[in-house]
Design a protein. Structure first.
Length: 346
């Protein structure tokens, strides 16, 4: 009995740790069919979803009919993705930029504080800024001159250059996301081919870039999503390394948040008491693992999580986009389930 007592006490003590360490589950409701599309128009893989100040919903989706036009010396791919606008109730309003030269492989859509629309396209290597009426205001990056198939392979690093860093210029290699600070500076996650962050001023003038391929602080497996808080700190999702890296406004590494699985999508709420949402997206080759979405304080403290991997309402299959204009009302865009879920947290 004397030998059993310490073992029982240890079992009691250590048995309490997992319960105390468990992440609280956040109760929530979901409308899995929140959007009404015209007849014979369907969502494909949802690259991005965002709302403007009026509550209108914008969805950038991988659907449509890619077209290859071959000229005397060049080929152009266009029309492989579509940008839709819905009202706050999910009723279809219009399509923006139909058959645009810039729309091939929808990666993300964001709405800035002035209600401008920013579409990030991974295969045209562009970030397109449109005004609220849908007119082009600015293009960051450049679609290559000749594109016979929408495929990119990372370029070999130049002499003395770290792998994946890309040229420190305003040309992208499969960008993934865009964000802004309060001064209007633009931050682009040039995240797949170049694994870096590129910073521009409000006029689109390239300022600097940071990051390269790797596992050290300031390096990325890939830079899949980006968000900026009210203080100008930059948060970058690094799913291969299972962390969110946090930098100051000039790219100096500050910390890493490592307790949220494999982050694929990020969103920071507006207002004085900001929180961070991060998707622990399941890998595309295993639908039945992970899938939950974390709610955090900006210092990385986990508040709770909700959802799981799956195909039903309140389940998620490869979340690529989160809109969090209000803290407890979210829109979640899924690549795997071809839908946008409207989430209400309790």
């Amino acid at each position: 009995m004397k030998r059993l007592l310490p073992l029982l006490l240890a079992a009691t003590f250590f048995g309490a740790l997992p319960a105390a360490a468990q992440v609280p589950e956040i109760a929530f409701d979901s409308a899995a069919n929140a959007l009404t599309l015209p007849d014979d128009v369907y969502l494909g893989e949802v690259g991005g979803v965002a709302t403007n100040s009026k509550g209108d919903i914008f969805v950038y989706t991988r659907t449509g009919h890619p077209t290859l036009t071959i000229g005397a010396a060049r080929g152009f791919v266009h029309g492989g993705s579509r940008l839709f606008q819905f009202d706050r109730n999910g009723k279809f309003v219009r399509e923006i930029g139909k058959d645009s030269y810039a729309f091939v492989f929808a990666q993300q859509v964001r709405i800035d504080p002035q209600d401008n629309i920013w579409a990030v396209d991974q295969m045209t290597n562009t970030v397109l800024k449109l005004d609220p009426e849908g007119r082009v205001l600015m293009i960051l990056g450049r679609k290559p001159e000749a594109v016979f198939v929408p495929v990119r392979t990372p370029a070999a690093p130049a002499a003395g250059q770290a792998a994946g860093v890309g040229a420190p210029t305003d040309v992208f290699n499969r960008p993934t996301d865009v964000a802004w600070d309060s001064a209007g500076n633009i931050f682009v996650a040039d995240g797949v081919g170049n694994t870096r962050v590129a910073k521009f001023d409000k006029n689109g003038v390239f300022v600097k870039s940071w990051g390269s391929k790797g596992t050290e602080p300031g390096q990325f497996g890939s830079a899949r999503a980006i968000a900026v808080d009210a203080q100008g700190n930059v948060y970058v999702a690094d799913p291969q390394n299972k962390r969110i890296q946090v930098f100051d406004n000039n790219g100096t590494f500050k910390t890493a948040i490592t307790n949220v699985g494999s982050p694929q999508a990020l969103c920071i709420t507006p207002g004085p008491n900001q929180v961070l949402y991060s998707s622990n997206s399941n890998p595309p080759n295993d639908i039945d693992v992970a899938g939950d979405i974390y709610k955090l304080k900006l210092d990385g403290t986990v508040i709770g999580k909700f959802g799981k991997a799956g195909r039903l309402p309140k389940e998620f299959n490869f979340v690529n986009a989160i809109d969090c204009r209000t803290e407890n009302g979210l829109l979640v865009g899924e690549i795997g389930n071809l839908r946008v879920q409207k989430i209400a947290l309790h």
